[in-house]
Design a protein around this ligand. Structure first.
Ligand code: KIV
Length: 273
């Protein structure tokens, strides 16, 4: 055991299965590069997701829709080199798994082959996703599902809004979660879901649920690392707790550096050769 109570060996899907229903929740972050991945690994997270949220956070797009498979593979390689213990999960970007089962198998297989990640994540509900999850799982690739607000459907959902607010939609989410489990998913992310609905979904399946804006009843939680560190300080949804204010620290450090350079205080004699 490490000082933060997490096992020191590499985390696998077996640890996800074991965490189901346990008091100690799974800890996940989304991040995109080696340095941040190393910080997350040192901090004892169980898994790092290379989220296609990199479209917003790294590339400055308004949505995740422009993110490509090659970009995901590049960033996953960067993250992999920062990890020693945390499990590595890769988001499959828009249009890489929805068009056909063959596409899903080929693209998920390519990601695993080229990055050595431990699992992929597929967003969405319904028959096409279930078929893709079943086929990719049959290849031996662990698949995480993603229900609730699914950012790749942002245009159709009309923005980042809480989902399953009415009883019919809540029941549909429970059914979707059961079908994802039946198709072989090892875990499901629940994003922007009322806490009570997330609890019901969690109770309806035997695989762990990972919440983001879904209350405390899930088996684990995920946040974007930049958000929890306060680096993205313009982003303040209700569900986010900031554990640091690194954005403000960075701005004030940069202002101090600029003042030193302009005023001739940096570099000083001790910085020269
Ligand atoms: O893209 C992402 O980072 C995600 C998580 C926030 C769940 O899908």
């Amino acid at each position: 055991m490490s000082s933060h109570g997490a096992p020191t060996r590499a985390v696998t899907v077996r640890d996800f299965a074991a965490a189901r229903g346990r008091a100690q929740r799974l800890v996940l972050v989304s991040t995109y590069d080696t340095l941040m991945a190393r910080l997350a690994d040192d901090g004892g997270v169980d898994a790092v997701l290379v989220g296609d949220s990199l479209g917003n956070v790294v590339a400055g797009y308004e949505s995740t829709l422009p993110v490509t498979l090659d970009q995901m593979i590049y960033h996953t390689g960067c993250v992999k080199r920062g990890l020693t213990r945390a499990m590595l999960i890769v988001d499959m970007p828009f249009l890489t798994y929805q068009i056909s089962v063959e596409d899903a198998m080929r693209n998920c297989g390519r990601v695993i082959q080229e990055t050595c990640a431990g699992a992929v994540k597929l967003e969405g509900r319904g028959e096409p996703i279930e078929q893709a999850v079943r086929a990719v799982t049959a290849l031996g690739i662990p698949v995480m599902g993603h229900l609730g607000f699914t950012p790749q459907a942002v245009l159709q959902l009309g923005g980042a809004r809480v989902q399953a607010r009415d009883p019919v939609a809540a029941q549909r989410m429970i059914d979707d979660a059961r079908r994802l489990e039946d198709a072989g998913a090892f875990s499901i992310v629940l994003e922007l879901v009322p806490a009570e609905v997330a609890e019901r979904v969690t109770a309806a399946v035997t695989i762990p649920t990972i919440g983001i804006g879904a209350g405390a009843g899930c088996d684990g939680q995920v946040l974007v690392l930049h958000d929890l560190l306060g680096l993205n300080d313009g982003f303040a949804p209700k569900f986010l707790k900031r554990y640091a204010e690194l954005g403000e620290m960075a701005r004030s450090a940069i202002r101090a550096y600029a003042a030193d350079v302009r005023g001739g205080q940096y570099p000083a004699a001790e910085h020269g050769f």
